[in-house]
Design a protein around this ligand. Structure first.
Ligand code: SF4
Ligand code: SF4
Ligand code: SF4
Ligand code: FES
Length: 946
């Protein structure tokens, strides 16, 4: 799909079902009630001149350019603020209107610098366009714009500039920051000619509250707010619609190009996940694709102590295949395996697991989702019958009460957070269950109804206490439970949660949350209207991760909050394609569509199409592969797009496992930490260089479209095909659409999916098959996928990780907005302007006890290991709890996390580690060694690139 730009209808579309018919310039048009005259005219193809209106924002009515005449009404009302009415007769082009509009434009132009020819927005400026549209030929008041305030350009933001000399004070930026982003960073300071847009109290954009989402830049009709890339390169001339490769929100963008050079990413208004909005990562942080440290040529070495040797693709692939075959001949078929990536496309992921199962002849395949959302898969399939969130993002517009548990959307899922904040500003309530006072507890125009600041590791106790209140105070939706759930199991569960030991009063001793707060929160969720639960890795990355997911499902079923808009259970997925990588059969025990490998009928279907016999028994999970490597029975691995050394728990153990293997093949963009242990490096392609699909947290399948040729020569699925051929298991695809056809053929929930259909519909939410040919926005309407909803007893079992005199504090980890996961991409962009290092958040009381001041280096030590980083003293964390991010490899927060994991899925317990903090003089010896090693790796990459 190629577009230059999108139509701007001037005002948002009304959602009313009732329609109104009116006449505009003699033509009849029927539009939803509540639409503006301006929008109705656009439906007819008539663009009424406008400056302060844009369809991403509510009408404001300040510029007076969009005036119209309405039969039977006096004056000339603004068409952006005047709603349509039945039988209305409107004229948009009369002599009077033309005269008035010219007068308005004369005033604007007389106060504007006339340097159009050298302006960065030349050809992409609405002021310029409107001067043309109203036929402005002269300005009676001169062109000197001397009264216009010009305090100088603000170039502090790494991605865009603010040039007040060009501002027409239309307030679109201010309104975008408020209405779309919900940050309220901008204001109009001064009056009359002295009016000027101001980020905060005379601050720069960089130092203000601005989170660099770009909504104001997108809204600005002039060059006042403009992307630095446009200033450098020029205005784009074509665009390709594609999908963000960062988080599980799955925002759509128009990649706007000049030739084969990417100029900017502009959020796509038709994108159903983001509705035209974005965050700093997807909007601006794509420069890593051109970073000089990117590896573009394959490399091999026989020992990890040796230097890399650049080789041809043929040599790299045949070396990798011969090593894998040699290992299998020596140690047996099951001595090799691989890891798929939640960063890669569905088609790439599907091919990797196909290669491992069909070509390697083993089910030793796992995915990075093992370390994040595997408990979601287990918990939701046990209770509801399928491993996915129940709603689409639009559903939040009908939510009255949100429970947000173990998630921090303003940092990790920013575009969803903006939609949620909008709903909260409209009056919905939010209950935040989190050890930290995250932004959604309190920020501009947001105040949580309740913040249950529980101790890390006590989610199950907390949720059971909420369920206790629902059951014992008669708040169960009995009609729903009787109709939709297994009644006997419900009764069994209800007896369990009603036990006194689960009362808020008893549980307060475990969670630290006052009983009355718990009671009020439970009552609000059960009785406040449509209740929706959103959760993140603060739920799953625990030893009771799966239990917590089931406890969430229990609570939603007991209150009848499943199976319609506004309600549901919604995992906020971390990586862009976590959902897809799980759907594609990346787990060792499951084929695509979550069907167990031991099922004969399913397996036989794959065997018939692939022409091979598949193993019946599940293979090894990532931690088991590493254990087996240390034991000498697992000796070769193919890792696509995943840095397990940095992202998996117990770094020392991961390093020992990788070091013990005889052939480690890493396919990635950069020499990541895992590549330090690799024998073969296969350069990967970025999302800008490939075709395929990603699936977001709403189960929405969206196209990733190739914007430019792969700099490394191949898309990742092609590289997997080459390896498969060399392994004697050839695959034949000319395009990822053919891989999707195979997925559809083999997977009932994808049976109706094809690239053609996604092109036609824009996106599709699975299940999509004969029963649901247009996909399924909301699941479990009228009945659960598994039949009757299943209540499962969720006994709280405290983690084995305990605080004590040596390690008295609890560490929990998370993300920050500007960085992403292990930072491989975002650290190679200007986003480092906001987050140069991981910091340890510590409560003032705990800091004082330890003699730690803000900014001091501290040693963070656990039973597993230690690291150093600098302290950030803040009351966001409660006394006894410390917090850090894990975006910078020289911090390696996972050196100190333990090897405890979820009982059902082995998902590591990242969110609870007992630690001690002591003052330190600076980085440890291994961190210094690491920094030296990283410098060396960068040298290799740069020399190779040059
Ligand atoms: S970039 Fe986003 S947060 Fe910053 S001022 Fe603009 S709209 Fe507000
Ligand atoms: S900066 Fe742009 S959007 Fe904001 S008031 Fe000025 S012209 Fe309008
Ligand atoms: S919210 Fe997520 S998907 Fe959207 S732009 Fe940001 S990182 Fe990309
Ligand atoms: S566009 Fe209607 S008043 Fe500005």
């Amino acid at each position: 799909m190629s577009l230059v730009s999108e139509i701007d209808f001037g005002t948002p579309r009304s959602k009313a079902e009732k329609t109104v018919t009116l006449t505009i310039d003699g033509a009849s048009v029927t539009v939803p009630e509540g639409n503006s005259i301006m929008r109705a005219a656009m439906e007819l193809g008539t663009q009424i001149p406008k400056l302060c209106a844009t369809d991403m924002l509510d009408a404001f009515g300040s510029c007076r350019l969009c005036l119209v005449e309405i039969e039977g009404r006096a004056g000339t009302p603004a068409s952006c603020t005047t709603p349509v009415a039945p039988g209305m007769v409107v004229r948009t082009q009369t002599d009077r209107l033309k005269r008035l509009r010219k007068g308005v434009m004369e005033l604007y132009i007389s106060d504007h610098p006339l340097d159009c020819l050298t302006c960065s927005a030349n050809g992409d400026c609405e002021l310029q366009d409107m001067a043309g549209a109203v036929g402005l030929r002269d300005v009676r008041y001169g062109y000197n714009s001397e009264k216009h305030p010009n305090p100088g350009k603000d170039e502090s933001n790494p991605y865009f500039t603010y040039d007040p000399s060009k501002c027409i004070v239309c307030s679109r930026c201010v309104r975008a920051c408020e209405e779309v982003q919900g940050t309220f960073a901008l204001t109009i300071a001064g009056r009359g000619f002295g009016s000027v847009v101001s980020p905060g109290m005379e601050e720069s954009f960089l130092t203000s509250e601005c989170v660099s989402c770009g909504a104001c830049v997108q809204a600005c009709p002039t060059a006042t707010l403009n992307e630095k890339a446009v200033i450098d390169i020029g205005t784009p001339e074509h665009s390709v619609v594609t999908t963000c490769a960062y988080c599980g929100v799955g925002c759509s963008f128009r990649a706007e190009m000049r030739g084969d050079e990417l100029v900017r990413m502009v959020p796509y208004k038709d994108g159903k996940a983001n509705r035209g909005h974005s965050c700093v990562k997807g909007r601006f942080a794509w420069g890593y694709a051109n970073h000089r440290e990117r590896i573009l040529k394959p490399m091999i070495r026989s020992k990890i102590a040796e230097p890399w040797r650049e080789v041809s693709w043929d040599e790299a692939i045949s070396y990798a295949a011969s090593e894998l075959k040699r290992i299998q001949a020596k140690y047996g078929k099951a001595s090799i395996g691989g890891i798929t990536s939640s960063r890669c496309t569905d088609e790439e992921t599907f091919l990797v697991q196909k290669l491992i199962r069909g070509g390697f002849g083993t089910n030793n395949v796992d995915t990075c989702a093992r370390v994040c959302h595997s408990p979601t898969g287990y918990g939701l399939s046990q209770t509801f019958g399928t491993s996915a969130g129940t709603q689409d993002f639009d559903s939040v517009e009908d939510t009255d009460v949100v429970i947000l548990i173990g998630a921090n959307p303003t940092d990790a899922h920013p575009v969803f957070a903006s939609r949620l904040k909008k709903r909260l500003r409209q009056g919905a309530k939010i209950i935040v269950i989190d050890p930290r006072a995250i932004d959604l507890v309190r920020s501009t125009h947001i105040e949580a109804a309740h913040h249950l600041a529980l101790l890390p590791g006590t989610n199950v106790a907390m949720l059971t206490a909420l369920a206790h209140v629902v059951v014992t105070e008669g708040l169960v939706n009995e009609t729903f439970v009787r109709e939709r759930c297994d009644w006997d199991e419900f009764q069994h569960w209800a007896e369990f949660v009603a036990e006194e030991r689960h009362s808020p009063e008893a549980v307060a001793k475990i969670t630290g949350v006052p009983a009355e707060t718990t009671r009020q929160a439970a009552r609000l969720y059960a009785t406040g209207g449509n209740g929706a639960i959103y959760y993140g890795l603060g739920v799953t990355e625990h030893s009771q991760g799966s239990t917590t997911v089931m406890a969430i499902a229990n609570l939603a079923m007991a209150t009848g909050n499943i199976g319609r808009r506004g309600v549901g259970v919604n995992p906020l997925r971390g990586q862009n394609n976590v959902q897809g990588s799980c759907d594609m059969g990346s787990f060792p025990h499951e084929l695509s569509g979550y069907r167990h490998i031991s099922g004969d009928a399913t397996r036989e279907m794959f065997e018939a199409l692939w022409g091979v016999k598949l193993e019946k028994e599940p293979g090894l999970r990532i931690p088991n592969m590493l254990d087996a490597a240390v034991d000498g029975t697992f000796m070769g691995i193919y890792i696509q797009g995943e840095d397990i050394l940095q992202s998996d728990p117990d770094t020392k153990h991961v390093a020992a496992g990788l070091a013990a293997m005889e052939c480690v093949i890493v396919q990635d963009l950069f020499l990541n930490e895992t590549a330090n242990y690799a024998h073969v490096f296969l350069p990967g392609s970025t999302f800008l260089e490939k075709n395929g699909t990603f699936i977001n947290a709403e189960r929405r399948i969206q196209l990733v479209r190739k914007v430019m040729a792969p700099k490394n020569g191949y898309e990742d699925w092609e590289i997997t095909m080459m390896l498969a051929k060399a392994m004697g298991f050839p695959m034949h695809y000319d395009h990822p659409s053919q891989i999707m056809d195979e997925i559809a053929q083999l997977t009932p929930t994808f049976a109706g999916v094809s690239f053609k259909k996604i092109e036609e519909m824009g996106s599709i939410q699975w299940p999509c098959n004969d029963k649901a040919p247009a996909g399924t926005p909301i699941m479990h309407i009228g009945g659960f996928v598994r039949g009757k909803g299943k209540f499962i007893i969720t006994e709280y079992v405290a983690t084995d990780e305990r605080t004590g005199p040596r390690f008295p504090l609890l560490l929990t980890t998370g993300r920050i907005l500007s960085q992403y996961n292990v930072g491989a991409q975002t650290r190679r962009t200007e986003n480092v302007a906001w987050h140069k290092e991981d910091r340890l958040e510590i409560h003032p009381h705990d800091a004082e006890q330890r003699g730690v001041r803000d900014g001091d280096w501290v040693k963070l030590a656990s039973r597993a290991g230690e690291t150093t980083l600098r302290a950030l003293i803040t009351e966001r964390v409660a006394p006894g709890v410390v917090y850090t991010t894990f975006h910078h490899p020289n911090t390696q927060a996972n050196v100190i996390t333990t090897d405890f994991s979820d009982w059902a899925t082995n998902c590591p317990e990242y969110k609870v580690t007992a630690v001690q903090i002591t003052p330190s003089n600076g980085p440890t010896e291994w961190q210094r060694q690491y920094d030296e090693q990283a410098r060396q790796s960068r040298r290799i990459a740069v020399v190779a690139a040059e």
